[in-house]
Design a protein around this ligand. Structure first.
Ligand code: B1M
Length: 228
């Protein structure tokens, strides 16, 4: 199908519909078409992909969609994100810091975490993405190996978000807590929850997370520049 005849609003509605239906072939074509029309990656995410996934989330909650359909929608979303990836990660900026990121143990949701990782890369961070179902030992081993400035944890389930505290506590036990800035995010996570688990910051969405990470790096650099 050619999407060139659709006006922009209808193109986004089509994208949301096709994402809902898990049409993995169509989504990249629509993303390309939106790019051709001068839309930014952020506009395409907000107007098409994330908006479509929000509708999927509501119908999943209400028992209208089931896991197989949601998985298809997730795969369609990932196909769209692959088109946007080079645009989100391309950076002329110098490397400003390193982040280790992962979705916590018991949780396999990775779309939001990957989006945050891509946008951090675009802002000049090196990101070591540990994937899904990451336990404290794996986080600690990666931090020891890569010495990142930031640890980013994602959780999408109310049952897995408490695991963030396990990781923060393990960092403390290992004597590493003061050396790293811990950021948490994911749909059920809140500012209060972040505080409760001992994180340094809560990232509401990818754009906000990048801003928080960048301003932390500025503060850190200023602190290091001060005479002892
Ligand atoms: Co899941 N699922 N799911 N699911 N799923 C939710 C989370 C749910 C809210 C759906 C619902 O009922 N409405 C619900 C959780 C309910 C709860 O805990 N209270 C749920 C459930 C119940 C489940 C299963 C248990 C279902 C089952 O098996 N019966 C199961 C759990 C599996 C497991 O993890 N052990 C399950 C499985 C799945 C799929 C595999 C089918 C698929 C995941 C595919 C994948 O990720 N590869 C899936 C999906 C797609 C969803 C929904 C529909 C969409 C999530 C998503 O990708 N959103 C979701 C509904 C929802 O969230 N409304 C749902 C788009 C993404 C861009 O947003 O992830 O929020 P989000 O990320 C944002 C911010 O949160 C933030 O920035 C991102 C970009 O702006 N952010 C961070 C995220 N991580 C961050 C980390 C940071 C900073 C910011 O660190 C610095």
């Amino acid at each position: 199908m050619s999407y060139t005849e659709l006006n922009l609003e209808d193109l986004y509605l089509q994208m949301q519909d096709d994402l809902y239906d898990g049409l993995k072939e169509e989504i990249p074509e629509q993303v390309q078409e939106a790019l051709r029309r001068g839309q930014t990656p952020q506009e395409i995410l907000d107007g098409g992909l994330v908006a479509g996934m929000d509708i999927v989330g509501v119908d999943f909650r209400d028992g209208i969609l089931f896991v197989p359909e949601v998985l298809m929608a997730a795969n369609a979303m990932k196909a769209g994100m692959e088109i946007l990836r080079p645009l989100l990660t391309e950076t002329g900026a110098e490397r400003i810091g390193t982040a280790v990121m992962g979705t916590v143990k018991g949780d396999i949701h990775d779309i939001g975490k990957n989006l945050v990782a891509m946008m951090l890369e675009g802002a000049g961070f090196e990101v070591i993405n540990l994937g899904i179902n990451v336990d404290a030992e794996k986080f600690i081993a990666a931090i020891k190996e890569h010495q990142p400035d930031i640890l980013g944890m994602s959780a999408l389930l109310t049952t897995t978000m408490p695991y963030m505290k396990v990781v923060v506590d393990t960092l403390g036990e290992e004597g590493m807590r003061d050396d790293i800035y811990v950021m948490v995010g994911g749909a059920p996570v809140t500012e209060n929850f972040a505080r409760e688990v001992g994180a340094d910051a809560y990232g509401r969405d990818a754009a906000v997370s990048v801003e928080i990470a960048k301003s932390y790096m500025i503060r850190r650099r200023q602190k290091l520049a001060q005479p002892a």
